[in-house]
Structures are given as structure tokens and as C-alpha cells.
Design a binder for this molecule. Structure first.
Ligand code: HEC
Length: 475
């Protein structure tokens, strides 16, 4: 029995190996346009199921920034001098300015940034036919949690479709390269320890109209190739989207012996007096830990400042005052669980640090059925804090150290990916995609060549249930 199992696993390994090399030799749909450097085409840029119409000028098509550097220079960063606990707004503003510098002028074609290059995480282009939330071809955005009616504003009667694109600075690019540019072509999560002062930024856009969310007025508009509505079942179309939220994550060396990261977020405030769109980004808050000991108000719905929290800083001026006429000024209607930091499009039963801390991928490489399976990130069965199962609180709000290491969840071991859900998600998509490759015939060939007939019986995963998607929520 043991021998047969070993053989089956070896057969699968060969089959997957063959599928990987096939995939790399055949130019993948969605790759960089002809003429780009060979290394630039290693990972596809967008979902090949939804390509741009023929004749679209290459300048209008998203290109994945994947020329990952091997090293990074010594450098200093403006936020290093700012105490994020005492001056959270100043800290957030300095990180935001860094994210914007050079990127605004190239409209976030981040590899063209003349000041410093930024990089995209591979394998977010294809999360499987059943989900269809892979990178769209105009901006490289992936589908995010939708906004339920009234989540964003009292006038919001419909559901808002949300899509986002994130990018890492060169230090993050070094980390991405270690994970993805491996000798055998498979991602190596154990390499996903990001260097100090890695920064990730993410722009989140919504198709909710200005009439329903007045503070989106006069903001940044992108056309994206997305679904006509939140049923996500019709062909993708071009739609106007507006910048709603901007997330940042900084691997701050001051947190080296704890979570390692500061997470912060902004909401766009179209009614505020700032001169540019970027001046009108209003900081919602930041957090570097989940205050596992604090249960106060954990099941309280709505928006409030929880003064029991010690590892969270919230801007109280954005907290909705019921009955107040805001006009086109921004406000927030919820944060995360118990007042922990989360953004307007995020789930009210989680938090930035909670969800990202659980960035992890199944650790046992010899178990083909579970390869690529992500760690559970949150209790999505609760749609509001009053429904939150408090017996799960410790599991999802206990602090997770930074850096790649093994964590146990529900009896399984997971390799954490240093708070990067784009790494965990990419690995999930990579293995999900391999399941639909024609591995069986390839394995049969390998078996014949070695005269090992048992090896012609590969583990067929083509009918296995899809791996859980790495998303901000179940839908
Ligand atoms: C319920 C889960 C969840 C919560 C809560 C959440 N995120 Fe994420 N986040 C994700 C997922 C999933 C991705 C990767 C998917 C993608 O980018 O397409 C991601 C990606 C990111 C990225 C890109 C780099 C990376 O780490 O993968 C940043 C930066 C980020 N989130 C910041 C934040 C901030 C700041 C908050 C809180 C305001 C937050 N996130 C809350 C799930 C979550």
C-alpha cells in the first residue's frame, strides 16, 4: 500500500513538472506583447479568458511588472523617523507619498516609474473559471469583496462591484522573485520572508455611482474591463470605476519581534478641500496588532472607537454621526471586529492584521490534493459582529509572527507567506490551474518511458473540488 501511494505521488510530481514546462514553452495568453524581454513574459498579465479586443494598442494593456530584482540597495525611508503609535496620520501620509511618487505621472504603470520601480505579484491573473475574478486586462485589477447596500453610504441602495491592483516596492520585488523564480518553476512559500521596509500599496476602485456614494465625487476614474453587475456571470464589459480606498502595508523593522507589519488605509473624500485627488485621501487608521486580550465590544455592530484597543489607531473624525448631513464629505459606517482597523470595502468581522496574518499555504508538499490550499483567513459565515462566534476569536485574532514559518490550523500545517495574501493567492491559483492541465496523458507517457506501469495511474485532480479562493470574502 505504502509503495503504491509513493508511486502515485511520484507520478503526479512528474506530471505536474511536465505541465509546468509545457506551460512555460507555450507562450501563455495574456503575456507581455511580442518584443518584450523574454524574462518579462514568464507570468501572464491578465486572465486569458477575457482578452483585449484584437487591435487594442499595447499601451492600453496592463503589463505585469515582473523583472524582479535580486538585491536591493541600502536606503532610508521617510517613515522611519515617525513614531506610528504617536503620529499615525503623519506616518500614513509619508507612506502614501512614497507610493505615489513617480507612479501618479505614469498612471500606475509601475515598471515605467522614473523614480523607482514597483512590482506586481504573479499568478493573480487566473483564479479559475468558476470564480472569474482574475486580473482584468486594462489595469490588472482583481475582484474584491463587493459592497453591500448601505455599507458605504446611507444613499447606497445597490451593490457595488470592487476591483483593485496592488504593487510592491523593490524590496517586496526581491521577496516575490525568491518565491516565484525557482529552479523547478514551482513557487516556494518558504522563501517569502520580505526584507525590512518592504512596502505594498493597493488602489481599490468601485463601480458604485456618485449619486449613491456622494463622497466619490471629483475623484480618480479608471475604465476597467469587469462584470456588468455583481452576479459576475455575464461577459466582461468596460465600466467606469472610481477610487474608493487605498491600502498600505509596511514591513517596519520596529515590529521585528512581533507582527512585523503596519497596515493602514485611506478613504477618498471628494468633499474635502484638498487640491488633488491624493490630497483628498483621508486616513481611516492603522494597526500593527490585533489585541488578542481585548474582547470589549467584539460583537458590537456599527462604527465606534474602541478605547480598549492598544494596537490600533482610528481617526474618530470619520466615524459616522447618525442623523448628520454629510453632503459629499466621507465618513465610515464600519471598521473591523470590535473596532479594529478595516477599510470601507472590508468585512466588518475581520481586520487587516487578522486576515493578512493568516496568509499561509498548505505545507505538506507530498499531499497533492491539498497543495495550494490557503489557510482560513476569517469567519465569513458571520456577516456582522453580533453573529461572530466568539469561540473562534482566539484562532483568528492571535498574533502571528512575521516571516515565512509553519503554523498549525485545524490540525493541518501551513507555511505562512509573511502577511502577503497575494503570495498565498498566487500559489493557490497556480495549483488550481495545474489541476485543469492535461496531466493524465503526460503522466502516461512518463510511465511508458520508464516501463513503470503503475506510474501510468496518476492522481487525477481534474474533478476535485476547487481549492478555496483567497479573497476578502466569500463573494
Ligand atoms: C478578509 C480578508 C482581508 C482583509 C480584512 C484585508 N485584506 Fe488585504 N488582501 C486580502 C487578499 C485576499 C489580498 C490579495 C488579493 C489581491 O490583491 O487580489 C489582499 C491584498 C492586500 C495588499 C497587497 C499585498 C498583500 O499583502 O497581499 C495590501 C497592501 C493589503 N491587502 C492591505 C490591506 C489593508 C491595509 C487592510 C485593512 C484596511 C486589508 N488589507 C484587509 C484580504 C484581506
Amino acid at each position: 500500500m505504502k509503495t503504491a501511494l509513493t508511486v502515485a505521488v511520484i507520478a503526479l510530481t512528474c506530471a505536474l513538472g511536465a505541465a509546468v514546462s509545457q506551460e512555460r514553452t507555450a507562450a501563455p495568453a495574456g503575456a507581455a506583447p511580442a518584443g518584450a524581454a523574454a524574462s518579462a513574459a514568464r507570468f501572464p498579465s491578465y486572465d486569458p479568458r477575457y482578452p483585449p479586443p484584437p487591435g487594442t494598442p499595447p499601451a492600453q494593456v496592463f503589463r505585469l511588472s515582473q523583472d524582479f530584482p535580486k538585491t536591493y540597495a541600502a536606503d532610508t525611508f521617510p517613515w522611519e523617523k515617525i513614531d506610528f503609535k504617536a503620529f499615525p496620520n503623519e506616518y500614513l501620509r509619508s507612506v502614501l507619498n512614497y507610493c505615489l511618487e513617480g507612479n501618479v505621472d505614469v498612471d500606475f504603470r509601475v515598471q515605467d516609474n522614473p523614480v523607482r520601480k514597483w512590482y506586481h505579484a504573479p499568478w493573480l491573473h487566473d483564479d479559475g473559471a468558476q470564480f472569474g475574478g482574475g486580473r482584468e486586462w486594462r489595469r490588472g485589477m482583481t475582484r474584491e469583496r463587493m459592497s453591500r447596500p448601505f455599507e458605504l453610504h446611507t444613499k447606497q441602495t445597490g451593490r457595488g462591484q470592487n476591483w483593485a491592483v496592488g504593487f510592491y516596492n523593490d524590496r517586496g520585488g526581491v521577496g516575490l522573485g525568491k518565491v516565484w523564480l525557482t529552479a523547478d518553476g514551482r513557487p516556494d512559500p518558504s522563501k517569502s520572508t520580505f526584507p525590512p521596509n518592504t512596502v505594498a500599496c493597493k488602489l481599490l476602485f468601485t463601480d458604485a455611482p456618485v449619486e449613491q456614494v456622494p463622497y466619490l465625487r471629483n475623484g480618480k476614474v479608471w475604465t476597467a474591463n469587469i462584470y456588468p453587475d455583481t452576479n459576475y456571470d455575464k461577459p466582461r464589459v468596460d465600466r467606469e470605476m472610481r477610487l474608493l480606498q487605498l491600502d498600505v502595508a509596511v514591513k517596519d523593522p520596529r515590529l521585528a519581534r512581533s507582527t512585523g507589519w503596519v497596515f493602514g488605509t485611506f478613504v477618498y473624500d471628494g468633499g474635502s478641500p484638498g487640491k488633488t485627488v491624493w490630497d483628498r485621501m483621508s486616513p481611516v487608521g492603522l494597526s500593527w496588532g490585533d489585541d488578542q486580550a481585548v474582547r470589549t465590544d467584539a460583537q458590537r455592530n456599527g462604527v465606534f472607537v474602541n478605547t480598549a484597543l492598544t494596537q490600533t489607531r482610528i481617526n474618530s473624525f470619520l466615524v459616522e454621526q447618525p442623523g448628520w448631513d454629510y453632503g459629499d464629505r466621507a465618513y465610515v459606517r464600519h471598521h473591523g471586529l470590535g473596532g479594529r482597523v478595516n477599510g470601507p470595502i472590508d468585512s466588518p468581522v475581520s481586520s487587516c492584521v487578522s486576515c493578512h496574518g493568516r496568509a499561509g499555504t498548505f505545507a505538506n508538499a507530498a499531499d497533492p490534493v491539498n497543495r495550494g490550499r490557503p489557510m482560513a483567513m476569517a469567519v465569513f459565515s458571520a456577516s456582522k459582529p453580533s453573529e461572530y462566534p466568539m469561540d473562534k476569536f482566539d484562532e483568528f485574532f492571535k498574533p502571528i509572527p512575521d516571516g515565512a514559518h509553519v503554523e498549525t490550523q485545524d490540525g493541518s500545517q501551513f507555511m505562512t507567506t509573511d502577511y502577503s495574501l497575494q503570495v498565498t493567492g498566487g500559489i493557490r491559483n497556480y495549483y488550481q490551474n495545474l489541476r485543469s492541465q492535461p496531466v493524465a496523458p503526460v503522466a502516461a507517457e512518463a510511465g511508458r518511458a520508464t516501463r513503470n506501469l503503475k506510474a501510468t495511474v496518476p492522481v487525477d485532480l481534474s474533478n476535485a473540488p476547487a481549492l478555496p479562493r483567497v479573497d476578502r470574502d466569500a463573494d
